[in-house]
Write a new protein. Structure first.
Length: 218
């Protein structure tokens, strides 16, 4: 039957809705951090999550902003760039996962898109014993700042070949990473990977990275 649930992540400053989905025999769990102006219902992240589920991974898609914060962000675009806020919420969700009986024993990976990738990197640096692997899709790792040097999890940076500015930002961030890492450019893809087959390449690369780097639970 698998694991499928709508959950609420209760943190000190917020209650965040989350969708948990995956097989009963999962070997790991991947927590998604969505990007600018998006949510846990992002069709791109949902599509990637389905591929990961077929690779025996539980996926957790969570809204890092409350409904009220999202409404403000839709007008101001401020909260989506508040990396400290997003990373704090993501780290709190990692701790929530650890306390969950069904998921707490599984190794954790992070999948971050756009500004969510920066939050994932900051979280990985702050939870080095818990985060085993990380994938960034069209991310802004530069916004993770000094935390880049503290990341210990193997990190895959995926960027569209036509996303020139983000390629440059990822190249600069990669130079500051001390963890095992790889920068892959998806030929012909733009920032949102909307071109035919582009998102399939992202999903396949993420699935391969997580299944390679997430340790089999004891």
């Amino acid at each position: 039957m698998g694991v499928r649930a709508e959950a609420t992540v209760s943190l000190r400053d917020a209650r965040l809705p989350a969708d948990v989905d995956g097989p009963d025999d999962a070997t790991g769990v991947v927590l998604f951090a969505h990007g600018s102006g998006s949510s846990r219902h992002s069709p791109r992240n949902v599509a990637v999550a389905r591929v990961l589920q077929r690779r025996r991974l539980v996926t957790v898609l969570v809204d890092l902003l409350t409904a009220e914060e999202e409404a403000i962000d839709a007008r101001t675009a401020v909260q989506r760039f508040d990396i400290d806020l997003l990373a704090g919420r993501l780290a709190g969700t990692v701790d929530w996962l650890t306390a969950e009986p069904a998921l707490g024993r599984l190794p954790v990976g992070l999948f971050g898109a756009s500004t969510g990738a920066a939050a994932a990197l900051v979280t990985a640096a702050g939870r080095p014993q818990r985060i085993a692997a990380l994938v960034s899709r069209g991310g802004r790792p530069d916004l993770a700042g000094p935390a880049l040097a503290g990341v210990r999890a193997p990190t895959l940076l995926l960027v569209g070949g036509r996303d020139d500015q983000v390629i440059a930002l990822n190249e600069q961030a990669a130079e500051r990473l001390t963890a095992p890492h790889e920068l892959r450019v998806v030929p012909g893809a733009g920032h949102l990977f909307e071109e035919p087959g582009a998102l399939d390449q992202v999903a396949d690369a993420a699935a391969e990275w997580f299944t390679r780097h997430l340790p089999v639970p004891a």
